[in-house]
Design a protein around this ligand. Structure first.
Ligand code: XUL
Ligand code: CO
Length: 438
């Protein structure tokens, strides 16, 4: 069966192409800063948004028209696998990501659920072998089933903790079997609605306990992928524990887990935390914690996670500046945690969404590479902080200064700053590069 008969294969046709099913910016083989674009960007398709999503929302029923409509249970899961690999092949994306519950239906018990997973995982493994597609990361869904209503590892009920642990165990075995390059923990319902009924300390301790168990089990079975924690400040709970990059890093450090984890930074989550995407990437990078990216964008007019395909070139450019400064994403990648709008229900819209997302990041990457090569902002920053290279500034950064020595230094000095930060000029430069870089 052919699932996407309207699409042959998406290829690069360049900026003057009028073909909606061609890349205008993303040229996988074009070498930038010594590496082909495809190696820099390492795009991934997320299974849940692209193959599992139905388009239902709190106000309405499913809208999506999919080639696997009409099937159910394991048959539906199998059709989705076939469609997924056809989609990845036609789009020319090498990686995909999934939650355990995206790929196979739940049974009456965990034993039955795991059996369903085994059937689908072995099918996915065969398709991975025949197509060369790879698993960027997998994760566990510990938020949809009603048992997780009060959390998973942070549930007040120890049976739910136990169930969560068992779910993580199975997902790690799948990660090992499929050669996942990373393994993600997004908080799901790990957070709280009101402190009036919450043991904050026990919940945080338990969250760390589950992560530690995951590290131990990965060692036991020889899973070598990079663990990633994905911050998000709110939704589904009012307060999510992994609020933002800074909070997630502090949490990992407090519990002795910092060396085992990096962060998976999502653009829309940054916005919900009141940060820019590039802020979250920069905080992760300077702490040696930037592992991977969930590529999408939010809407500043809406207070929730809209997971739109990324189209904002400012954002993709400034994000790629951070990624390049990080020396790339290493085992990570750019996973489209993005979904077509509910009104974009036809299968070809899935291609349009990914194409604009890939082109937006490709454009961002080209502009970012040139901004870095020409040291457009780096020179400004270096000059701005030059006073720390000598004299009193050097003493401060080398730890030689004290409150006393600094008082002595300024006590009779006229200290004032009349040097411009040149923000408007820098934004003009950014525009110039965005518009002109070839
Ligand atoms: C939820 C979210 C998740 C994670 C994986 O907002 O981003 O889909 O990426 O669990
Ligand atoms: Co995400």
């Amino acid at each position: 069966m052919m699932y996407f008969p309207d699409v042959d294969g998406v290829v690069y046709e360049g900026k003057n192409s009028n073909n909606p099913l061609a890349f205008k910016e993303y040229n996988p083989n074009q070498v930038i800063l010594g590496k082909p674009m495809s190696d820099h960007l390492r795009f991934a398709v997320s299974y849940w948004h692209t193959f599992t999503l139905t388009g239902s929302d709190p106000f309405g029923l499913p809208t999506m028209l999919r080639p696997w409509d009409g099937y159910s249970g394991l048959d539906l899961a199998k059709k989705r696998v076939e469609g997924a690999f056809e989609f990845l092949t036609k789009l020319g994306v090498d990686y995909f990501c999934f939650h355990d519950r995206d790929i196979a239906p739940e049974g009456a018990t965990l034993r039955e659920t795991n059996k369903n997973l085994d059937v689908i995982v072995s099918m996915i493994q065969d398709y991975m072998k025949s197509t060369g597609k790879k698993l960027l990361w997998n994760t566990q869904n510990m938020f949809s089933n009603p048992r997780f209503v009060h959390g998973a590892a942070t549930s007040p009920y120890s049976d739910v903790f136990a169930y969560s642990a068992a779910q993580v165990k199975k997902s790690l075995e799948i990660a090992k079997e499929l050669g996942a390059e990373n393994y993600v923990f997004w908080g799901g319902r790990e957070g709280y609605e009101t402190l009036l009924n919450t043991d904050l300390k026990l919940e945080l301790d338990n969250m760390a306990r589950l992560l530690q168990m995951a590290c131990d089990y990965a060692d036991e079975i020889g899973f070598k992928g990079q663990f990633l924690l994905e911050p998000k400040p709110k939704e589904p709970t009012k307060h999510q524990y992994d609020f933002d990059a800074a909070a997630a890093i502090a949490f990992l450090q407090n519990y002795g887990l910092k060396d085992r984890f990096k962060l998976n930074i999502e653009a829309n989550h940054a916005m919900l935390a009141g940060h820019t995407f590039e802020h979250e990437l920069a905080v992760s990078r300077i702490n040696g914690m930037l592992g991977s990216v969930d590529a999408n964008q939010g809407d500043s007019l809406l207070g929730w996670d809209t997971d739109e395909f990324p189209t904002d070139l400012y954002s993709t450019t400034l994000a790629m500046v951070e990624v390049l400064k990080n020396g790339g994403l290493h085992s990570g990648g750019l996973n489209f945690d993005s979904k077509v709008r509910r009104g974009s229900m036809t299968p070809v819209d899935l291609f349009y969404g990914h194409i604009v997302g890939m082109d937006s990041f490709a454009r961002g990457m080209k502009v970012a590479a040139k901004l870095i090569e020409d040291k457009v902002f780096d020179d400004v920053v270096a000059t701005r902080y030059a006073s720390y290279q000598s004299g009193v500034g050097k003493d401060i950064v080398e730890g030689k200064a004290t409150l006393k020595s600094l008082e002595e230094y300024v006590i009779d000095k006229d200290v004032k700053v009349e040097t411009s930060g040149r923000q408007e000029l820098l934004l003009a430069k950014l525009n110039q590069y965005l518009l002109n870089v070839e």
